[in-house]
Structure formats: C-alpha cells, structure tokens
Design a protein around this ligand. Structure first.
Ligand code: ATP
Length: 704
C-alpha cells in the first residue's frame, strides 16, 4: 500500500507542524466512553481511510484534514508518525527476534497466563495480548500449541516519539493519550503490516488514578472487514479487554508491585510481594528478576540495566549454586556476602519455568536489613512457634521450614494437604510467631450454610435481618483486624462470594451487609484446602484470580502415610498430651506400635490422635498400663484400604468411604458409650470434649 505512494517527494515539514497545531482533537477524557469507538467498520469507512492515508503520503494534507475518516486523533498520530520518519511500509520489528531475545524473562507471565487462557478464540484465529507497563511490553500470543510470550522494552511510558517512530499509531498509544479504552480497526493502524489487525486497548490505573499500564487484545481479521461477524469479534475483544483491565487493576497487581523500578533485570514477580527479598535467577545464577526488597538487600547490583549474578554474593563453597543449577526445590541456610546485610540467611529455592526456560525464585528470610541474621545452628524465634507441630521426617521439616520462612512475610499463605494433616495447626503456628496484636479468626467455608456465609464473613448493619442482632454485627473479616484470617476449606467457598472476597483482599476494606460505610482493615490471610484448586479452576468452580491472590506462598503438608517415621513420635506425643490428667504413665507395646506404623492413616494425624485416645481409654477401663494390639480399634487392624496409585491422593470422601475419620469416631464413641453405660458427662470428660459435642455426635451417628 503506502510504499508505492511515498516516492521521492520532498515535503514541507513546517506545513505538517502547522496542521498539527491547528488540529482539534476531541478531549476523549471527557467524552462518553463509547462515543468514538462504536462506529462499525463499513466498506466506505475502510476505503476512505485507505484513501486518506494515501493523501498523507502524497503530502496532500488538505485532503487528509477534510476526509471523513479516520477520526481526528488517528490522523494526528499518522501525521506525527510521518513527521518522525516512519513510513507505513516500514518493518519495525521482527516478533520472532523479539521472542528469542526475551525468552528468559517471564515470571510475569505466570500471572497473566490464566487470564489469556480464559479467552476464547475466534475459530482458531489467534488472539494476541499485550501489556504495556513501565517495564516495557509483555506480549502473549495464544496459539493452538499453547501460549507464547515475550518481553520488549518499548519505553511506552517514558519516550513516546520513540514509540511512534517504531510502531506508528496503535490502539495502546491512543489509549495512553486519551486515558480511555480505544479501538483501532484495520487501516487505521499506521503500518501496512497491521492492515488487517483489529485491536482494542484499555487503561489500568494505579491506586492514585495514574495510568499504570495498558492492556491490548488484538487479532488479525481474515474475513471481509465490514461483515457482521467482524463487528461481533471487535465488540468481543473490546468487552474482554475492559474486563481484563478491571481484573488486573483490582486483583492481580497489588499496589506494592507498582513501584518496581525500571531496569533491564528488574522484571517484576507479581505473585510475590516485595518483602522479603526475592530474586529470580537462571541456572547460571544471572539475576533476571528482583523485587524492591531484593534491590535493597543487594544494594551493589548494577543499576544500569546490566544483569548481575548471584555468584558475586556467595562464598566459594556455596551450596546454593549447585541447587539452582539442578533446579532443586528446597530451603537451605547460606552465607550471603552483601554488605551491610552480610550474614547467614535462610534461602528458599523454588524452581520455575518461564517461556520454556528454567529458572529459580530465591526468597531470603530471617534477614534484617540492619544486617543481623540468625546465628548459625540456632533456631530462629519464629521456629519456636512451631514446637507444637510434631514430626521430624524430611518432608514434614521442609513444610515447617517453608512456614517459618513465609511467616516472616506478610504474603498470603495457602496450606494444602489432606484432611487431618495439621493445616489449622500450621496456620495457628504461623499466626503465633508473627507477633500480631490482633486475634486468629478461623472460618470453615464448608461448614457454614451457603446462605449464611456472607453475613459470617462480612457482618451486617443494624436492621438488616429480621432476627439479627439489632445493633448489627461484625463479620469474621472485621474481627480479624490486626491479626490473621484463616479461611479453611477455601475450595468450598461459593463461586459468587469468591469475587467479593477477592475485592476485600485487594482493597482491605469490608462493608457490612446492608451498610454503606466500609471499614478499613489489616489482616494476614492464611487459607487451607484439601481439594485440588487447579482442578476446581479448570471446572470453573474456583476463580483463577482469587487463586493467584491467595497462593503467593503455598505450603503442602504431606500425608501421614508419606512420613511413617513420624508415627512413633506422634504416638508418644499424643500419649503424653492425652494422659496429662492421668498420673499413671502408660506405655505402648512394640507389636501395637508396629501395627500403627503399618497402617495407611487415610484420616492422617487426626485419626491417629483419635485412635490413641481410644486405646488409652480402653486400656484404662481394663486397668492395663500398656497399650496392646487388642486395644487398637478393629478398623485399623482389619481395614486395609486399597493402596493408592503413586501421586493419587485420597480425598475426604474416599477417606470416609473406607470408614476412617467418621467411622473411627463412630466406633470409638459407640464402644465408649457401651463401656461407660451411656454416662455422657464421663465420656465427654474422658474424650476431653464438651457434653454437647458428645450429644451432637450421638445424634449424628444414630447412637442414641
Ligand atoms: N504435626 C502434628 N503434630 C501434632 N498434632 C497434630 C499434627 N498434625 C495434626 N495434628 C492434630 O491433628 C488434628 C487435626 O489437625 P488440623 O485440624 O490442623 O488438620 P487439618 O489439616 O486442618 O484438617 P481438616 O482439613 O480436616 O480441617 C488436630 O487435633 C491437631 O492437633
């Protein structure tokens, strides 16, 4: 197209300036949102637009100015592009080259992938997504084989002429100038290579209302551009881009990430907050991502955009380097030589795949910026809070180490593990060592009736409910102010409520039902589930944006069958704790212990605890001071649950099916009621639970 028009005519650039100065471009910031964008692409509009661009290349600015199409702000950027020397036929960049150049940089993609995954495609026509922010441009392309992504430093926010010189008019540029959503159709793009592209961009604002980033969705139209189908596709991308911008603005990007300074290696890790220090390294130790706390932690890192290397901060016999080379996932202690913070630190290593390339996220903890670190060989005070968690196996210690590490941050922690593995205990331990003034408030999302869950969480204003407290009531979220909110069974939270919860997590504000006033709150969030949230996301039952928000710091607690070495320790722990009111000491025979060690414990530690209590009660009632095989409930002796395939995790239903938690409880209670002649206060006392709990269980198991 344009190439053949731009012959060797010499243009009077002054004329261009004059025209530019006279041009009246509508103030889109005051215009209704759709005013400028909702005109369909007609054949006439297409052809007039093409003719207008030809007039520009011919130097006929009068014709440009009087042409009905395109609209004024488009013409303006065309003229600017031309003035800056860009011609529509220019090829400005090669996507493949960009892709290669940036293949290692994609921590950011982890957050955006689920977003682009959500997008449909138009009968296999790929949709592209760009996010322009202060770091540059993140480009994602959804193809049939997956998602490709790369990063281009385009300086959109700092150097607009350079951007125009490179790409001419694009919808993101229009969006940036107008601070409004913008649609650009076919020949309205300046470059010939974009002739069939339809694109829509939407702005993302930071908390202070400043333009923070721009998201663009685009596709290449293969059909006739003015057919109805095209208008529908354009309207789809526009709607989607607005939704995505809203989602990113309100949920994906916490405010702290917005301040990540520009620098080639400072690629943000948006799912990680900026405290503690975090860096992303490739297997050779090159630092390809860093957060502000990391920047402070390594003050001598080059700031001129050159990549630093972690080697520089490690001792000659570093344990860390081989681990990042081999993509290990572990926690180690390592001396970090980074004055003034030189000292021994706990380093959590998380392997990570980015654009097909391996790298590792390193998270440093127990590191005070004053330079003090935990003394070698000594437990940190945080670790002391975890004393109530019994277990020495490697898998379990690993989970504790992670919890100690994460407790030092204020990020959201997600605990996963089967029922009874100790998720709530972990949550309490984390809270206790966080030195919080506020309370630990726990909610079991599965246990509250669906219709009550929002009032439980958010509270209600006075007069909102008949039968409700007249003065209104605080919800659990408000109660957790200054402390920790523990949402157990988060996978069972109703879908509609997930969006509301997300907003609360983002804004840290809660509005009681029926109220107009919102309350500012500050709490740490710990969530737990024994369900597979990724499966729930795939089946549309769990919101990906909520998942990414709550799972900054994931900890998986291993099932008891994977740490059988801990059974002996736990048995003696429970024998001690359950027997505290009993001065006569009990022991356990080797045979009984062996049976317990061989069992698979589908109900995990909770089931073991119940079984020990049961055995002690039976032994006591028979005046026996040693726990013997005959004291073990039949369910453990007889039931041999089918072994699980590797990687298969029993869920609660399965556990129940094999008569575990509930079955053990039922059998135990039945026996005890029989043994103690239905003396409920006595049974309650022996079990260490309230009488009402015993009554409830009797009703539940039909034992009356
Ligand atoms: N490592 C442990 N050391 C000591 N006690 C433990 C440990 N793990 C679990 N327990 C005990 O097992 C019981 C169940 O623990 P908890 O309620 O924390 O499990 P959970 O994973 O949250 O279960 P659910 O998913 O069913 O809510 C509790 O009585 C807890 O004290």
């Amino acid at each position: 197209m344009g190439g053949k028009f731009m012959q060797s005519k010499s243009f009077n650039l002054k004329k261009f300036d004059d025209v530019l100065n006279q041009m009246i471009v509508p103030n889109l910031q005051q215009a209704p949102l759709w005013d400028v964008d909702n005109r369909p692409m007609t054949k006439d509009r297409w052809e007039t637009t093409v003719r207008c661009k030809k007039s520009l290349l011919d130097g006929d600015l009068d014709a440009v100015m009087t042409s009905e199409y395109p609209r004024a702000e488009i013409k303006k950027v065309w003229i600017e592009s031309y003035k800056l020397g860009l011609r529509p036929s220019d090829k400005t960049h090669d996507p493949e080259e960009d892709m290669l150049r940036n293949e290692n940089l994609m921590p950011f993609a982890q957050i955006v992938f689920p977003t682009i995954h959500d997008l449909g495609d138009f009968n296999k026509i790929p949709i592209f997504m760009n996010i322009h922010d202060r770091q540059g441009t993140f480009f994602f392309q959804k193809t049939e084989s997956g998602i490709e992504s790369y990063f281009v430093q385009e300086f959109l926010f700092s150097n607009e002429p350079r951007e125009i010189r490179k790409s001419g008019l694009t919808s993101h540029l229009l969006c940036k100038r107008s601070m409004c959503p913008a649609v650009l159709l076919g020949p309205e793009h300046y470059l010939e290579s974009d002739l069939n592209i339809n694109s829509a961009s939407a702005p993302i604002f930071d908390v202070s209302g400043n333009l923070d980033a721009i998201i663009t969705l685009a596709y290449r139209e293969t059909g006739i551009p003015w057919e109805k189908d095209t208008a529908e596709k354009v309207s789809t991308i526009l709607t989607q881009v607005l939704l995505l911008a809203h989602r990113i603005q309100t949920s994906i990007r916490p405010p702290a990430e917005r301040d990540i300074p520009v620098g080639r290696e400072e690629i943000p890790c948006p799912d990680l907050i900026n405290d503690p220090p975090i860096i992303v390294v490739d297997p050779a130790g090159t630092i390809i991502g860093i957060n502000p706390a990391g920047r402070r932690f390594f003050p001598t890192l080059p700031t001129d955009g050159q990549a630093g290397n972690i080697r520089r901060y490690l001792p000659a016999n570093s344990k860390l380097l081989p681990l990042i080379q081999t993509q290990a996932q572990t926690i180690i202690t390592e001396v970090i030589c980074s004055p003034p913070a030189t000292g021994l630190y706990s380093v959590q290593i998380r392997p990570f795949e980015a654009a097909g390339r391996s790298c590792s996220i390193l998270l440093f903890s127990n590191a005070k910026e004053s330079g003090q670190a935990t003394a070698p060989g000594k437990c940190s005070p945080a670790a002391d809070c975890f004393n109530s968690l019994i277990g020495e196996s490697h898998a379990f210690r690993n989970a504790i180490d992670q919890a100690v590490c994460f407790a030092n941050s204020n990020g959201n922690i997600l605990l996963t593990g089967e029922s009874g593995t100790g998720k709530e205990l972990f949550a309490k331990a984390i809270h206790n060592c966080q030195d919080k003034k506020g309370p630990f408030v726990a909610i079991n999302c599965a246990a509250i009736p669906r219709e009550l869950i929002s009032s439980e969480l958010f509270g209600y204003a006075s007069g909102s409910f008949t039968g409700g407290d007249r003065k209104g009531r605080k919800g659990k979220i408000e109660m957790a102010d200054g402390g920790t909110l523990f949402l157990d069974e988060i996978g069972d939270m109703p879908y509609e409520l997930q969006a509301v919860l997300l907003r609360v997590l983002q804004d840290k504000q809660v509005t009681r039902i029926g109220d107009h006033v919102s309350h500012q709150i500050e709490f740490n969030l710990i969530t737990a589930t024994n369900r597979n949230l990724k499966d729930l996301m795939e089946s549309g039952q769990f919101r990906p944006d909520l998942f990414y928000r709550i799972s900054m710091f994931p900890i998986n607690i291993p099932p008891l069958r994977d740490r059988k070495g801990d059974i002996k320790l736990l048995v003696s722990y429970f024998m001690n704790s359950c027997g505290q009111n009993n001065p006569e000491s009990l022991s356990i025979s080797n045979e009984a212990l062996q049976i317990l060690e061989e069992y698979d414990w589908p109900g995990n530690v909770r089931q073991l605890e119940n079984v020990i209590l049961y055995m002690m009660t039976i032994a006591k009632s028979r005046n026996c001071k040693v726990l013997l095989p005959e004291h073990i409930p039949n369910i453990v002796i007889q039931s041999s649950p089918p072994s699980l395939a590797p990687g298969e995790a029993p869920d609660t239903e399965k556990a129940d099916a094999y008569g575990t938690i509930h079955h053990v409880e039922k059998v135990m209670l039945e026996k005890m009621l029989k043994e103690f002649n239905h003396d409920i206060p006595l049974v309650a006392e022996i079990l260490g639970v309230s009488k009402s709990t015993v009554y409830r269980k009797i009703k539940r198991y039909n034992l009356a």
